[in-house]
Design a protein around this ligand. Structure first.
Ligand code: ZN
Ligand code: ZN
Length: 347
């Protein structure tokens, strides 16, 4: 029996995040053990931390966190694709490839998804299916913390693809947090004509301008719908991306879109939330209203490639680094601060 211990952060409930010494995971055939070198904080983690809410993909208490990268330190029997010392990242999801959704190519909607949690720890066990469908080696030129950001970027890529963000578009992004900023960086790279970004925090808007926003709207000072209309000759935007996850901003986004445009409701609302949609908007204006959930393995792969090829510079989104033992401070800081975007947790 292996009785080796490791340090990990477990979530027990609302704002109840505890550092504990737990058994170091043991690997089976087809699996690898990874020493985590960096794990980044994420809006989803932050929501779960604040609400203590348990969604479909996480049962508490559990080791928290899902964006990570590290070094392979143990290789199970039958694994030929990875060896000791390989720098890897792996996604937090691995679709089954067999269910109805997978057979339709809708891998992010897999009915038998294997979720992988446990990034805020010294080690993580990576299952065989995850190795097979959703892991990549990290090239030398890319840091662990950059590679960890392949997860949120994969989700953003999926959303932008579904919404059809295209060359020459005017895009409004509601929310200048890490996800809003990733959408902005991607839209600029796609070649949209203009990105307008809205937030309540002036610090975040200033940061968005530094990263390339063409216009910003401070919604604590200006009525955002009027402001968007004023910036677009009254037309509204080709694509509006909601990156907060509140019913009020979901509804507000519907008022910012142009005829024939698309509203991507990207931020997840609390389960049971309802919004009102004006039927005329869908009928006469032919507006498309859509959501986007998570990403497919292809998006994860593309996301890492965009980072390693320096097509997108995600580095500025990591605004601080903290040791694993200070994880609770990191999350409390994200709750209260308006300037911290993502914190890299270093075990
Ligand atoms: Zn995430
Ligand atoms: Zn499936």
């Amino acid at each position: 029996m292996n009785t080796e211990k490791m340090t990990a952060a477990l979530l027990y409930g609302e704002k109840d995040l505890r550092i504990e010494s737990v058994n170091k995971p043991q690997i089976n055939e087809g699996e690898v053990l990874v020493k985590i070198r960096a794990a980044t904080t994420c809006g989803t983690d932050l929501k779960i931390f604040q609400r203590g809410y348990v969604n479909r993909v996480i049962a508490i208490p559990t080791i928290f966190g899902h964006e990570w990268a590290g070094d392979v330190v143990e290789v199970g029997d039958g694994v030929s694709s990875l060896s000791k010392g390989t720098r890897i990242r792996a996604g937090n999801s691995a679709p089954c490839l067999r269910c109805k959704m997978c057979q339709k190519g809708r891998f992010n909607l897999c009915e038998d998804m294997l979720w992988l949690w446990g990034a805020y720890a010294e080690y993580i066990r990576v299952p065989a299916r995850t190795i097979l469908v959703n892991s990549q080696e990290i090239p030398e030129n890319t840091t662990y913390e950059e590679a960890a950001l392949a997860e949120p970027l994969a989700c953003v890529l999926h959303g932008a693809e579904e919404a059809g963000v295209a060359l020459g578009d005017t895009v409004v992004i509601v929310g200048a947090g890490p996800i809003g900023l990733l959408h902005m960086l991607l839209a600029k790279k796609i070649g949209v004509e203009r990105v307008v970004i809205c937030d309540v925090a002036e610090e975040r808007l200033k940061f968005a301008e530094k990263l390339g926003a063409d216009a910003t709207i401070n919604v604590s000072r200006k009525e955002p719908v009027d402001a968007v209309r004023a910036l677009t000759d009254g037309d509204g935007a080709d694509v509006v991306i909601e990156a907060i996850g509140l019913p009020t901003t979901w509804e507000q986004s519907l008022k910012m879109v142009s005829k024939g445009g698309t509203v991507l409701e990207f931020g997840g609302c609390t389960p049971g939330s309802r919004i009102k949609v004006d039927a005329e908007l869908l009928h006469y204006d032919e507006v498309t209203v859509m959501g986007a959930f998570h990403a497919t393995p292809t998006h994860f792969k593309k996301a890492l490639n965009l980072i390693t090829s320096r097509t997108l510079n995600v580095k500025p989104l990591i605004t601080e680094r903290m040791p694993l033992t200070r994880i609770k401070d990191a999350f409390n800081d994200l709750v209260s601060s308006k300037s911290n975007l993502k914190i890299a947790i270093i075990p």
